[in-house]
Design a protein around this ligand. Sequence first.
Ligand SMILES: [Zn+2]
Length: 249
Amino acid sequence: MTPPDRRLTPDDRERFARQLELPEWGDAAQERLRDANVFIAGAGGLGSAVALYLTAAGVGRITLADPDVVELSNLNRQVLYTTKDAGRDKVGAATDRLVSLNPSAAITPLRERVDADSAPGLLAGHDIAIDCLDTLAARFVLNRASFEVGIPMVYGAVAGFTGHVSLIEPPETACLECFVPRKEPPAPAPVLGCTAGLIGTLQATEAVKRLAGVGETLAGRLLVVDGLAMRCDVLEVQRDPACPVCSSR
Ligand SMILES: [Zn+2]
């Protein structure tokens, strides 16, 4: 039972009315979202969709980490930003946009790259990490840190018209190093903007479900989306017994 001072406010009831009506949702799910603390690594194409939808859905606290500034070539997919943001630091521009969307959301901008030394300390205290990064090396750093800290990670990756989504659940499921080939794709990969929006929106959906405790997640499964043929496949992923991250746990 939620104490009276932690119950949803009249403003919450109006803002989230259309999802509170869902039979799978309701006050308890909305309160879990409000009390959640989410770490979004990367404020690019994936991070834009993830941050906008999580803020709109009512996630209470979001840390957004990215070292870059907004460039004109970002704007085909990074829908957090407008033309006048060119030259601004991404997390500063993103924070303004997200707070204007939902003033109750506590957004912590982190203008830095998440590296192997800093990642575990940065992730500590968060309920879930969302991988919106654009290099395999950075993804593996986040994957390792999520295992070290013991929080789930929503994996998402995009190239061209295709994308991947999965949910890593330490220590139960295979981790990223178990099933993603250790070969860095050419960067930056060309990408159709809406493909990043599509995959980011799927990542946000997984995060919201996991935080609220509703539905069936992609834990242990990899969703592969081919936007050009408009086909989706869901593959079971297996733990690699020789995985340097998760096999000994
Ligand atoms: Zn592994």
